[in-house]
Design a protein around this ligand. Structure first.
Ligand code: NAD
Ligand code: ZN
Length: 342
């Protein structure tokens, strides 16, 4: 089968011919239809410090996918051949306290497909049946291929009650944009999204009913005044990993405001802790998706009018993967979806 793999400890990915994975009794084999390129895949492509210490070589990469079940392990009775699925790319252990309490997303033994284990950038993927998520007709393959990052957005956005709240999203990358759309969908009052990249802010406006703010040229305080917010934002969703964005968020929040942090800062970053203490701010770190509550809520919202399709700005054949990665790296795109069926 065709697969995109890291074959050497160096930048880039290669298209290789790999054996179709053998499945165990509790697995399914998925014929991949579409995959999404993630920021994580860019780190792996670039072979940065994190990738070099995390990713074994050789490895088939990729973790955002949708496809169809073409083989079932003998113990799998609740899925069927031909069923369209996406799936949770975090493979969890079963022995930790958190796992045994059903908080699967908090299992410290988690391993990621396309990061630690063979991934989804391939014609076929082996996945534990437990991780497969059936797709209803309303969720087509290209949306199915971006449920992993949409899940990050949903997990973050649903961290706090947003009904009637004024919400600040920092970072209009694909995940920030989708989080803003979710905030709008669940009934926030004002949703403001910041970035320093005008292309991304323009995309945010196309995807969701949000107020875009370029913090390189505009002052967030003016926006607070213009929108007639009394004291500031109630909830912040940090989606940039940028230190200045977090500082700005803390400043722009009301006393007792709440922040969910998904963005990953590049290294240790200084935080003005006394400001957070005196403003009595609640901080919540967000990792992955709640397994499987986030999937349940996300699919239910998609069936009920949540529309994030415009965040997909490029659709291409996997044969053009180099162009896909280049476009992704340029910052001039939203999600890029690769087709494996051609
Ligand atoms: P992205 O890199 O595409 O988007 C980040 C955006 O932040 C960019 O558009 C960038 O221009 C913008 N930005 C930079 N400086 C800014 C500033 N001062 N103010 C506002 N915006 C600024 O990333 P993405 O794929 O959308 O993911 C969002 C973040 O979430 C990333 O940091 C990513 O590493 C992280 N992430 C975390 C998890 C998790 O489980 N915690 C999972 C997936 C992604
Ligand atoms: Zn991803």
């Amino acid at each position: 089968m065709k697969a995109l793999a890291k074959t050497m400890p160096a930048p880039g990915l290669d298209m290789i011919d790999a054996p179709v994975p053998a499945i165990g009794p509790d697995d399914v084999l998925i014929r991949i239809h579409k995959t999404g390129i993630c920021g994580t895949d860019i780190h792996i492509w670039d072979w940065d410090e994190w990738a070099a210490k995390t990713v074994p070589v050789p490895l088939i990469t990729g973790h955002e996918f949708a496809g169809e079940i073409v083989d079932l392990g003998r113990n799998v009775t609740d899925l069927t051949l031909g069923q369209r699925v996406s799936g949770e790319g975090h493979l969890i252990g079963k022995h930790s306290r958190q796992s045994r309490a059903g908080k699967f997303h908090l299992d410290p033994q988690t391993r990621g497909i396309g990061v630690n284990e063979q991934g989804a950038f391939a014609e076929y993927l082996r996945l534990p049946a437990f991780n497969a998520v059936p797709l209803p007709d309303e969720v087509d393959d290209e949306i199915g291929a971006i449920l992993d990052p949409l899940g990050n957005a949903v997990h973050t956005a649903l961290s706090f009650d947003l009904v009637g709240e004024d919400v600040l999203v920092t970072g209009a990358g694909p995940i920030g944009i989708m989080a803003a759309a979710v905030a709008r969908h669940v009934g926030a009052r004002h949703v403001v999204i910041t970035d320093v990249n005008p292309t991304r802010l323009a995309l945010a406006e196309q995807v969701a009913d949000v107020v875009p703010v370029n913090v390189a040229t505009e002052d967030l305080r003016d926006v607070i005044t213009k929108l007639k917010m009394k004291e500031g934002f109630d909830v912040g969703l940090e989606m940039s990993g940028n230190q200045r964005a977090l500082d700005q968020m803390v400043e722009a929040l009301v006393m007792g405001g709440r922040i969910a942090l998904l963005g990953i800062p590049p290294g240790k970053s200084p935080v003005d802790w006394s400001r957070i203490v005196f403003k009595a701010i609640t901080l919540k770190g967000v990792y992955g998706r709640e397994i499987f509550e986030t999937w349940y809520k996300m699919i239910a919202m998609l069936e009920n009018g949540l529309d994030v399709r415009k965040v997909i700005t490029h659709r291409m054949s996997v044969d053009d993967y180099r162009a896909g990665f280049e476009t992704m790296k340029s910052g001039q795109s939203g999600k890029i979806v690769l087709d494996w069926t051609g």
